[in-house]
Design a protein around this ligand. Structure first.
Ligand code: URA
Length: 241
């Protein structure tokens, strides 16, 4: 693939901008500057720098972000900054691929919720991970206002009725972590589901953190606001439950 096309596919700008970056000597491949925009490289795993920014070619973007509190998951946030501002510009600007307008958050976390957020530009993957039919388990750690007792766990496991649907919703698993904390596993994703379930069960969510999706846990060494590429093993764990 031509170097200008490689840069374009990764979100470094329009085709013209990418050709210009190469011609101006701002792109290094294997440590050497390359000024020929049409030079051919095998893109898979190619490492290069653009204006000093290190990059590895990824055909599709699969990204995990440790969402901090105080960010909205929308591209057009209403009151808080968008989580997309936490990603580097090339990820935000990746070109559209077969109907997917660049990198998208898969599902949403509330502004005050922290933890594991997936983003991708692979439309089939986004659909698979967000489809309610697939029941991908998600684990939320809840800090509750009132003490967590057995009754609360039983009500969450047995099913509570939310205001928009007469059918009860149940936690797939529910575990007390300490006097005011519990881990709740859900296999569906209704609006504000954890907060509404805990309220319907007679308590109140003070803090909410998503720690796991499928078999993939939020890495302990990824600080709030940091992101990482998902590797093949991570993708397998995600779908492994
Ligand atoms: N449930 C909620 O109530 N909020 C979230 O952010 C995620 C799940």
């Amino acid at each position: 693939m031509q170097l200008q096309q490689i840069l374009f596919s990764q979100g470094f700008g329009t085709r013209r901008v990418c050709a210009g970056l190469v011609q101006q000597g701002l792109v290094r491949v294997g440590g050497q500057p390359c000024t020929d925009a049409t030079a051919e490289f095998v893109p898979d795993g190619l490492r290069f720098t653009v204006q000093g920014q290190e990059w590895t070619w990824h055909g599709k973007a699969y990204v995990l972000l440790h969402k901090p509190a105080g960010y909205e998951c929308s591209q057009r946030p209403s009151a808080w900054p968008s989580v997309y501002t936490l990603l580097p510009a090339p990820l935000r600007q990746r070109p559209q691929r077969q109907g997917t307008p660049g990198v998208q958050a898969i599902g949403r976390l509330d502004q005050d919720t922290t933890g594991l957020l997936l983003l991708s530009d692979d439309g089939a993957f986004i659909h698979r991970m967000s489809s309610p039919r697939r029941h991908v388990p998600k684990v939320y750690e809840v800090t509750a206002r009132h003490a967590v007792d057995d009754g609360l766990l039983q009500r969450l496991l047995g099913g509570v009725v939310l205001d928009d649907d007469p059918r009860p919703v149940r936690a797939a698993a529910c575990e007390r972590l300490d006097s005011h904390r519990l881990a709740l596993t859900l296999t569906e994703g209704k609006y504000h589901q954890v907060k509404r379930m805990v309220a319907a069960a007679g308590n109140r969510v003070e803090q909410l953190h998503r720690s796991r999706i499928g078999g993939l846990a939020l890495p302990g060494d990824l600080a709030p606001g940091q992101w990482k590429w998902l590797e093949a093993g991570d993708l397998a764990r995600l779908q492994g439950g």
